[in-house]
Design a protein around this ligand. Structure first.
Ligand SMILES: [Zn+2]
Length: 119
């Protein structure tokens, strides 16, 4: 039987301890993460549901407003198209003000839904 004189059992012990500590920590982190997810799920279940300002529907879809940044102000010196994600009602396609403040689209939205000019 060949004996490895370089083998140091202390190194093996240290590695085993490090692995055990790691596994305990991972287990604790997973338990903490599970707890956070359960709390979050409970909070989401009982949270207020956002509805459409116009028709009351509670289902929304992803939509985008595209903003064009001129080459003069663009950080790259080239024209940029920047998508701004918003949520639109699946029923009437209305977009709640909280998802799209009027000042963001002031260049296209000159009147509100009642036809009153917005400045
Ligand atoms: Zn709607």
């Amino acid at each position: 039987m060949q004996q490895d004189n370089k083998f140091d059992p202390e190194i093996f012990k240290q590695a085993a301890q490090a692995m055990a500590a790691n596994m305990t920590q991972a287990g604790a982190e997973k338990a903490q993460s599970d707890k956070v997810m359960t709390n979050l799920r409970e909070q989401v279940d009982t949270a207020a549901t956002i509805t459409c300002d116009d028709c009351g529907c509670h289902v929304f879809e992803n939509s985008f407003v595209l903003k064009r940044i001129s080459p003069i102000t663009s950080p790259t010196g080239e024209e940029m198209v920047v998508p701004v994600q918003i949520f639109a009602c699946t029923s009437c396609h209305g977009v709640n003000k909280e998802f799209l403040p009027a000042h963001v689209i002031s260049d296209v939205n000159k009147t509100d839904k009642n036809g009153i000019p917005t400045y």
